[in-house]
Design a protein around this ligand. Structure first.
Ligand code: GDP
Ligand code: IMO
Ligand code: MG
Length: 422
């Protein structure tokens, strides 16, 4: 019997999950996405360019790896089939290597409209959603109205689709200023549904448990980040799924006792796209430098990412909530030129010092910083821990001491091979 290992983001998304899954995938036979949808943008970098995955698990470019889109994922057929076309152009046929859970929900064209209408109506208090229809699709799931991949195998699936669409059109009339026309997208959507039928729709939970029973190692891939979790993130500025380790159990149908290692991915600094509290956000030249050196622009929306220093209060919370067993430190190379590197060790609010992550996600707090000497050298060519500069090793040791968790892998560049494994 083997266990299911997990890769998940410990910050606000975009930690580098795609790269890590691609790097780890050869050690696993199966990679399975457990939540989120096309709001995700997971970048993989090859010798001849980058590739961004939105719905397909990031093991797809490793030959022989089976990739499962789990029941916890919400899928837009248009985006998924475009993605498959692009993957096959690069890597040849993936038929037989991609499977979709029957219990995964579909994002309808009208879900996208509802997302856009709801965000527009929120005005200044908007979430900053990627507008892919994620919130409305999960609302229909929990509201018990959703359309699932398994439904596409029923003779009356089309009338179920029409009924849900009509319901959405009724809801959209609540936004009289919002004008929309789904006809072209709906045409593509219906065509994409037919295209996806060449991939097996499976009972993902039976498949995943069967692999584990047979001793086949499985890697679960998360999307977004811990601080965007619907329950524990900075609500309401969150996504609509459980992004922490608990999401693996519900999003793939595996028992907690079957979870093995939990790889927590984090950057050496922080970024956030969209609205919501971000205690260590920088509005100065350092923030600008993080954005330009780190190429911090959204892989899904192209939006500039907000940048700031590493936040130990938030990181410790995320490690605790997912029972992280191994840390993976990303984008260390982005800090190469900084003379000083800062880390928030606590927050100050109304004269009090907070050491625990607050329920509002750190609204209007002032970070308390600890300063570290920068390493001021190029990390990108280094491939062994011993060869790293002492100042960087001190930074890593501090993180390990605070979180109580070993840093097992250090990423020093976007390429597949730019990693130091300890
Ligand atoms: P994900 O959503 O967690 O998969 O992360 P994204 O792909 O949205 O964002 C991570 C970005 O950082 C991508 O552009 C990666 O190519 C890039 N990247 C990943 N690891 C490193 C690293 O160690 N150093 C640098 N400089 N870039 C990295
Ligand atoms: P990956 O998997 C970073 C953010 C959005 C917005 C909030 C809600 O690439 O790390 P949604 O579209 O879910 O309604 O948006 O969550 N968000 C992400 N931020 N990385 C992501 O995914 C994200 N997916 C959603 O910017 O603030
Ligand atoms: Mg991303």
């Amino acid at each position: 019997m083997s266990k299911i290992d997990v890769v998940l983001g410990l910050q606000w998304g975009d930690e580098g999950k795609g790269k890590v899954v691609d790097v780890l995938a050869p050690a696993y036979k199966v990679v399975a996405r457990f939540q989120g949808g096309p709001n995700a943008g997971h970048s993989l970098v090859f010798d001849d360019g980058a590739f961004v995955l939105h719905t397909v698990p990031s093991g797809i470019f490793r030959e022989g790896t089976v990739n499962i889109i789990g029941n916890g994922v919400v899928v837009d057929p248009v985006i998924l089939s475009e993605e498959i076309r692009a993957i096959e152009q690069r890597a040849g046929s993936i038929g037989g290597r991609l499977m979709i859970s029957r219990r995964a929900h579909l994002i309808l064209p009208t879900h996208r409209m509802l997302d856009a209408a709801s965000e527009a109506a929120k005005g200044k208090s908007k979430i900053g959603s990627t507008l892919k229809g994620i919130g409305p699709a999960y609302m229909d799931k929990t509201g018990r109205n959703g359309l699932r991949f398994g439904d596409l195998e029923l003779p009356d699936w089309r009338s179920r689709y029409e009924a849900l669409k009509e319901k959405h059109i009724g809801l959209l009339s609540l936004y009289p200023d919002f004008h929309f026309d789904i006809s072209e997208y709906e045409r593509q959507w219906l065509a994409a549904v037919e295209e996806l039928r060449r991939f097996p729709f499976i009972d993902g939970e039976t498949a995943v448990n069967g692999y584990l029973d047979a001793g086949v190692p499985v890697l679960a891939e998360g999307a977004q980040g811990s601080l965007l979790d619907i329950d524990f993130g900075s609500y309401p500025f969150v996504t609509s799924s459980n992004t922490m380790a608990s999401g693996v159990c519900t999003g793939l149908g595996v028992a907690p006792s079957r979870v093995g290692r939990v790889y927590g991915i984090f950057k050496a600094y922080c970024t956030r796209v969209g609205s919501g509290p971000f205690p260590t956000e920088l509005f100065d030249a350092d923030g600008e430098k993080l954005r330009s050196v780190g190429h911090e622009f959204g892989a899904t929306t192209g939006r500039p990412r907000r940048c700031g220093w590493l936040d130990m209060v938030a990181l410790k919370y995320a490690v605790m909530m997912s029972g992280v067993t191994d840390l993976i430190l990303m984008k260390s190379d982005v800090l190469d030129e900084f003379e000083t590197v800062k880390v928030a060790t606590a927050y100050r609010k109304d004269g009090a010092v907070l050491e625990a992550f607050p329920y509002d996600g750190g609204e209007a707090v002032e970070p308390v910083y600890r300063e570290f000497a920068g390493w001021q050298c190029d990390l990108s060519g280094i491939r062994s821990f011993e060869a790293l500069p002492q100042a960087f090793k001190d930074y890593v040791a501090y993180i390990e001491g605070e979180t109580g968790c070993p840093v097992r892998m250090i990423s020093v560049g976007p390429d597949r091979d730019a990693v130091i494994v300890r």
